[in-house]
Design a binder for this molecule. Structure first.
Ligand code: FMN
Length: 165
């Protein structure tokens, strides 16, 4: 039996340079790098997506949107780290998912593992519930367990980016 290399696309829904979710993503990347996997990280800050505006389609998708769609289409598995803003998904992440799924849906049939870090005591619990709902709408299979909630993130990481606990 041939076991193909998994293509894993990893991204975080934060633009902040010291983002806890970017740090959590690096740890997740280290874990999956032990698998037979090709891991690519997509930096939403560098991608610099515009806000979704359906009028823009008249000119064709912006290059950044094409890149995002291609990156998702090329992946077998998605690793998504989400912050929590006002008990939900940050706009930056929702905007990326909405752009990526506009007209065509490259998420269709992908598998995703989601996790998150936040300053609150619930560690993105509520944001992750919303993210599960949004990804389910796009026919993404969500890894059911383990669920990873990194709470009080301001004290959860060592200076080198590893987790205290
Ligand atoms: C507008 C706003 C809303 C926030 N809402 C929540 C929240 O509902 N729950 C929570 O735990 N943290 C909340 N936070 C704090 C974030 O958890 C914190 O800013 C975190 O560092 C963001 O993730 P990042 O470090 O990956 O950028 C909020 C922050 C902002 C700016």
């Amino acid at each position: 039996m041939t076991i193909n290399t998994l293509n894993i696309l990893a991204f975080a829904g934060s633009l902040r340079s010291e983002s806890f979710n970017r740090k959590a993503l690096q740890i997740a990347k280290q874990i999956v790098s032990e698998l037979n996997a090709n891991v690519i990280e997509l930096d939403l800050k560098t991608l610099n997506l515009p806000m979704l505006d359906e009028d823009l389609r008249a000119y064709g998708f912006p290059e950044s949107v094409k890149k995002l769609k291609d990156a998702i289409a090329s992946a077998d598995v998605l690793l998504i780290a989400t912050p929590e803003y006002n008990h939900s998904i940050p706009g930056i992440l929702k905007n990326a998912i909405d752009w990526a799924s506009d007209i065509t849906n490259p998420f269709d049939g992908k598998v995703a593992a989601i996790f998150g870090a936040s300053n609150g005591l619930n560690g993105t619990l509520r944001a992750q519930l919303h993210l599960r709902q949004v990804l389910a709408a796009l026919n993404v299979e969500l890894v059911p367990q383990p669920q990873v909630f990194i709470r009080t993130a301001q004290s959860a990481f060592m200076p080198d980016g590893s987790l205290v606990d």
